[in-house]
Design a binder for this molecule. Sequence first.
Ligand SMILES: [Cu+2]
Length: 72
Amino acid sequence: MAEMKEETLKVNGMMCNGCENTVVNAVKDVEGVIEAKASHQDGTVSVKYDAAATDMLFIKMAINNTHYNVVE
Ligand SMILES: [Cu+2]
């Protein structure tokens, strides 16, 4: 059973649309992620995901593996 959740993370270091794309692509590569949106102006990444298929931990790890960092 899918268990849809949505969460917005604070992410440091995004300066432009290219940065947004890098983060969004990294997040979308995580199995169980349905949708991802990033805003470099706000420094946020919104993620829709299936909590039965993934965990926020994996999503945060995917972001932290880019040049950008999740603010905890
Ligand atoms: Cu950039």
